[in-house]
Write a new protein. Sequence first.
Length: 210
Amino acid sequence: MAYQFGPALREKLISNLAGFERTSLQNAELRTAAVNLVITQHSSKDQACILLTRRPATMRRHAGQFALPGGRLDDGETLQQAALRELHEEMGVELSEDHIIGQLDDYPTRSGFAITPFVVWGGAPLDIVPDPEEVARVFEIPFDELDGPEIPYLEPQDDHEHPILSAPLATIGDRVFAPTAAMLYQFREVAMNGRATRVAHFDQPHFARR
C-alpha cells in the first residue's frame, strides 16, 4: 500500500517537506493564524489520513464550514504554540512541538489572515475528544483520496483572474474550498509527492471570506 501508516511514510514526508522552500508572508495588515494538518492512522484502514473538522452551525464565523484544526495567535505565542494549543482545545489532542514535521506556504485569506499550516505527525492511535462548541464532526481523509485525480477542482471567475480551488472528498460527500482545500492540495503535492507547488494565488468562494 502506497500510503501505509508507519515510519517509512513518516520519513518520506519529512524528506519531501525538508526539500521544499516555503514562502512566508510579511504583511502587517494581515492577522496571523496557524492550522494543523494532523496525520494519523485511519480507524478502519491500514492507511494514513488527515484529520478534517466541520464547524458547528451555531458559530458566528465560518459556521458549518470544513476546516483544519487551528486558529489565531494569543498574545506572546509563537505560531507553533498557537497551532498545538488550538489542536488541544478543539479536539482534545495534546502534542508537543516534536510532532511537527514541516510547514507549508503561508496562505493569505480574504478575511484578513495569514495562515501558517503545520504538518503534524500525530501517531496512532489518537484519543480525539472534540469540543462540541468548536467541532461538530471529525473526518478522517485517507491519503489515497487526497491523491485522487478530482483534486484540484478549479472554477474560473468573471471578477478575478485566478480560479476558486476546491477538493471533492468522498469521505465527507461534499467539496472543501480554499483556504482549507488549497492547503490540502499543497500537502498532497509537496509532502506526499515531492512536487513544489504554490497555492496562495488560488481564490476562495464568497462564503469563505466572511
